[in-house]
Design a protein around this ligand. Structure first.
Ligand code: ATP
Ligand SMILES: Cc1cn([C@H]2C[C@H](O)[C@@H](COP(=O)(O)O)O2)c(=O)[nH]c1=O
Length: 205
């Protein structure tokens, strides 16, 4: 099946291994002739990258977080994602709307109906063709992060927060089984990568 115009998103709690596998997947898809665009959320446009800086570093409540990420997502979708998909590119996005349901909804306790309304206004039905959810216990992810970098505002939250976020991803996976693929993210990088490859091969990608 062609990769042209396909939208693939990567989800999981902080430190689950998304960035590691986005890099490998980009190489794999390019080797198969795909015109790959790598992007991310929060961010992906000059405006949304400015909102990302505020989001990651300024204190704010859950509704403010949700409004900021959806404002950035609107700009990102209209000016980057839709034109790239229309041009037949393969868009790989490090986090998308599922992150808002997991972090602001399940993690922060924001009303999921409010998030669903925002999603309808901003995305107007645009959904990923495939969402790779890297599933890892919060404690293992925290250990990986600790050896990798200085934590940002959200990464300083406790293990309970990240277990709620993880449960939020599980709920989204159950709600949208046709586009979600759960990747068991425990094990070494080569083991996790072989699970990612298996999902792509199932789709002929
Ligand atoms: N399977 C693995 N086993 C051990 N370490 C790993 C594995 N996968 C990734 N790592 C390491 O864990 C750290 C976090 O990985 P990575 O940056 O890919 O996670 P991430 O999900 O993109 O995190 P974030 O969303 O917070 O940026 C990195 O130092 C990476 O090298
Ligand atoms: C899209 C989105 C992201 N977040 C959180 C998740 C992470 O803690 C940061 C982004 O950092 P990363 O290193 O680029 O993964 O933002 C969120 O809370 N809500 C969202 O919608």
């Amino acid at each position: 099946m062609s990769l042209n115009g396909k939208f693939i998103t990567f989800e999981g709690i902080d430190g689950a291994g998304k960035s590691t596998h986005i890099a490998a997947l980009t190489e794999r898809l390019r080797a198969r002739g795909a015109d790959v665009l790598n992007t991310r959320e929060p961010g992906g446009t000059p405006l949304a990258e400015q909102l990302r800086e505020l989001f990651l570093h300024k204190p704010m409540d859950g509704l403010t977080e949700a409004l900021l990420v959806f404002a950035g997502r609107r700009d990102h979708r209209m000016t980057v994602i839709e034109p790239a998909l229309a041009a037949g590119r393969t868009v790989l996005c490090d986090r998308f709307a599922d992150a808002t349901f997991a972090y602001q909804g399940h993690g922060r306790g924001m009303d999921l109906a409010v998030l669903t309304q925002l999603e309808q206004w901003v995305l107007a039905g645009r959904q990923p063709d495939l969402t790779l959810w890297f599933d890892l216990p919060a404690e293992t992810a925290a250990q990986r992060r600790a050896s990798a970098r200085t934590p940002d505002r959200l990464e300083q939250l406790d293990l309970d927060f990240f277990e709620r976020v993880r449960a939020g991803y599980a709920a989204r996976c159950a709600q949208f089984p046709e586009r979600f693929a759960r990747i068991e993210a425990q094990g070494d990088i080569a083991q996790v990568w072989s699970r990612v490859e298996a999902v792509l091969e199932q789709r002929g990608w």
